[in-house]
Design a protein around this ligand. Structure first.
Ligand code: SF4
Length: 335
């Protein structure tokens, strides 16, 4: 499968089948914290960046295998920005017509000023747009947009979409220490969010190895203070912190039944293939991997991955005191 992966256990969406549209990093932004890598095509132009018919054929093949009961949500995403794909509306429509599953779309929100993009996304059940700064200087520093983008227009488009859309909107904000976490930045974001119809706000920081080593995470205390500020502006709107520590994730995983029995060779092979697919998309810790696959604990995952390290298929990398696994050919950036 080239365009679909999983299902994986997503903290936000349950068992999620991923549709990852691009093989190359095509995006309208080049965020300093991006975990996918540097943007190779920085553009605002919508085009047939992926073969829509091939993506739909893979979706059909998955559901023909009668694996629908394994899936709670289908999540459309991309190694880059999925709304840049001109076939996005057709893919969402196909998912809605044929799978019977709710559809979520992860987007950087930069094309929501375009009425056609809003119309295509309107078919989804959950849209998760991101907005990291409501101030032009912060937006430029954190998200490094394509020249064709204008922050005011983006915010107007996002606000309009929030009022038109009948599904759930979860706004994700990623904060980088010393860049978009000042009181001025947070006030501007709170003011903009107050004009939108949002079901929840999800605050994140640089948890995973970023594209740029200078992109640093906020402390847990500062994240909680920022969450309190959003709640002060809109007390009835939930604010989630997506940046729980490793210990928290491990204890969450421990409460769940194992999906893979690592003593069975067939389970080991299947799990290794799934882990490689996951790591092609982003670096992960052993705890991240265990949280997704419930394989008996981070220790068991580490033992399993040792062989892939020895074979040169994976590398280890430390970020913020946590050990990440990544595909060996992925370009390393020192922290
Ligand atoms: S974080 Fe998302 S929006 Fe930013 S560069 Fe990476 S893929 Fe694009």
């Amino acid at each position: 499968m080239n365009y679909i992966f999983g299902p994986v256990n997503s903290r936000r969406l349950g068992r999620s089948l991923g549709v990852d549209l691009f093989r190359e990093k095509i995006c309208s932004l080049n965020c300093i914290y991006c975990e996918v890598g540097a943007t190779t095509r920085l553009t605002c132009e919508r085009a047939e960046h992926a073969p829509t018919a091939a993506v739909i054929a893979e979706i059909d093949a998955f559901f023909r295998q009668k694996r629908a009961e394994e899936v709670d949500f289908v999540t459309v995403t991309a190694s880059g920005e999925p709304t840049l794909h001109s076939g996005l509306g057709e893919i969402i429509n196909h998912l809605k017509q044929t799978t019977g599953k709710p559809v979520a779309v992860l987007t950087n929100g930069t094309l929501l000023w375009d009425g056609q993009v809003r119309k295509e996304l309107a078919q989804a059940d959950v849209v998760i747009p991101s907005l990291d700064s409501a101030l032009p200087a912060g937006f430029r520093k954190v998200d490094r947009p394509a020249q064709c983008l204008d922050l005011k227009r983006i915010i107007e488009g996002m606000t309009l979409f929030s009022q038109e859309f009948s599904g759930q909107i979860w706004l994700e904000i990623l904060l980088v220490a010393g860049i978009n976490d000042t009181d001025k930045e947070i006030s501007a974001l709170c003011a903009v969010a107050a004009r939108m119809r949002l079901d929840r706000i999800q605050l994140n920081t640089v948890i995973r190895p970023p594209l740029e080593a200078f992109a640093k995470p906020l402390s847990q205390a500062r994240m909680e203070a920022v969450a309190a500020e959003f709640l002060r502006h809109a007390p009835n709107r939930p604010v989630d912190l997506l940046c729980g520590g490793a210990a928290q994730e491990e204890s969450r995983a421990k409460g769940q039944n194992n999906l893979f029995d690592l003593d069975r060779p067939a389970d080991r092979q299947t799990l290794l293939a799934e882990i490689m697919e996951m790591l092609k998309r982003r670096p992960c810790t052993a705890a991240d991997i265990n949280r997704v696959f419930h394989a008996g604990g981070a220790d068991r995952i580490e033992q399993l991955l040792d062989a892939l390290i020895r074979d040169g298929l994976l590398h280890k990398r430390t970020h913020s005191g946590r050990l990440y696994y990544q595909i060996a050919e992925r370009e390393a950036h020192s922290d």
